[in-house]
Design a protein around this ligand. Structure first.
Ligand SMILES: [Zn+2]
Length: 399
């Protein structure tokens, strides 16, 4: 199959390994607020990838982390006078409930950053020993000057890299840094934040190193596919590459980097600061999992998705047509064959998960089954194929 690789900026060929599972790491959420449609779209994208790979006969080993060491989580817990562990636990449970509601598969590994301090510290120590990182007053920074290829995935010059990093949490004014773009591997943290013991004093890991540690621990030093939302194109994923490859000595860390486009709401960027988030569980109160899935897969995963609440229900008709087709009773007339739609579906999905085309194939197939059954034709083989292909996209086909 071909998958668009954000690092090469091309559709690269991905060959499913015959002798081992496919390894997939997807950056998870900071559990301090409920799953919104942007999260749902990202995780549904990788859910479809996994289901497609399995449909192709692959075994998939899938790790998704929980970023339970992160400023927004600590800030929210402090604001509400709650233990951060309790907030994280409750929101992680809610996330899993939302996944079940959306029919999103559970990860094989679901590690929490707070449980991986022992995995993280040796990697930071190794980066210091290799000269890629330095210690300053209890903080440890990765020195971007030691990595000539730093930030390559973002295709930006230094000034643009710095501006983008600053928008996404970098502190260029930190007096301990040698370069304002250097990023934190370990930090003393702010007063009141949770800390852990380390060779550099009490502190906590930086966000980027958490993912390198969990990805390599659970999936190995080199992984097949690493994904997340498009907001991770810089700095998060380039930081992961910079800090992982020197430690393992193996390149590339990741064969294919995949990013799902961000979600907008009625033409406005959906974001916490604008207060226009649509939460998955609210959407699921109004629509079935299949309706939401049809709607979210109706655009290619790399495109930005403009979510229009008034349009979601329209996808219900398509999901219903599939159910009608599966419930139709045919006759003994000329059989309806599934070979052509099956091949079209497979070709669409092998081309960087072209779900809009795959959905169009299912829609035509379902309509043909309903008509053929009414004409007394034999439709059982086509119904079985429709059930199989819809399943490969994650439809429940329930009521
Ligand atoms: Zn990550």
């Amino acid at each position: 199959m071909r998958l668009y690789n954000s690092l090469s900026r091309e559709k690269d060929t991905f060959v499913i390994p015959k002798d081992r599972p496919v390894t997939l790491y997807v950056c998870g959420v900071t559990p301090y607020d409920t799953t919104h449609i942007g999260h749902a779209r990202t995780f549904m994208t990788f859910d479809v990838l996994i289901r497609y790979l399995r449909w192709q006969g692959a075994e998939v080993r899938y790790c998704q982390n929980v970023t339970d060491i992160d400023d927004p989580l600590f800030e929210r817990a402090a604001r509400d006078g709650e233990r951060w562990q309790d907030l994280a636990e409750r929101q992680t449970a809610q996330l899993l409930e939302d996944y079940r509601g959306l029919n999103i598969l559970m990860p094989t590994y679901f590690p929490r950053a707070s449980q991986e301090i022992g995995t993280i510290i040796p990697i930071v120590a190794r980066l210091i020993a290799l000269g890629h990182a330095y210690v300053a007053e209890g903080n440890v920074y990765f020195s971007v000057q030691t990595d000539p290829g730093f930030g390559k995935m973002a295709r930006m010059g230094y000034d643009e890299l710095l501006a983008t990093a600053n928008q996404r949490g970098n502190d260029p004014a930190d007096p301990h840094k040698r370069d304002p773009l250097d990023f934190v591997l370990w930090q003393t943290g702010r007063p009141g934040d949770p800390t852990w013991e380390s060779p550099w004093g009490m502190g906590r890991p930086g966000w980027h190193i958490e993912c390198s540690a969990m990805a390599t621990r659970y999936l190995g030093e080199q992984i097949d596919i690493h994904g997340g939302g498009a907001d991770l194109l810089f700095p998060h994923h380039p930081c992961e590459i910079a800090q992982t490859e020197p430690v393992t000595g193996k390149r590339p860390f990741v064969q294919i980097w995949m990013h799902a486009g961000l979600v907008w709401l009625d033409g406005e960027k959906m974001s916490k600061s604008l207060g226009n988030l649509v939460f998955a569980r609210d959407a699921l109160r109004e629509h079935s999992a299949d309706t939401l899935r049809w709607y979210l897969l109706s655009q290619h995963y790399r495109e930005e998705f403009d979510y229009h609440p008034a349009e979601v229900a329209g996808s219900g008709a398509a999901a219903r047509l599939m159910r009608d087709a599966l419930a139709a009773t045919g006759g003994q007339g000329m059989p309806l064959h599934p070979e052509v739609p099956r091949a079209e579906f497979a070709a669409a999905m092998a081309d960087d998960l072209n779900t809009p085309t795959a959905l169009a194939v299912l829609h035509i197939m379902a309509g043909n089954i309903v008509r053929a059954a009414a004409d007394g034709r034999e439709v059982a083989a086509c119904q079985a194929a429709l059930r199989e292909l819809a399943g490969a996209l994650g439809f429940t086909l329930g009521d």
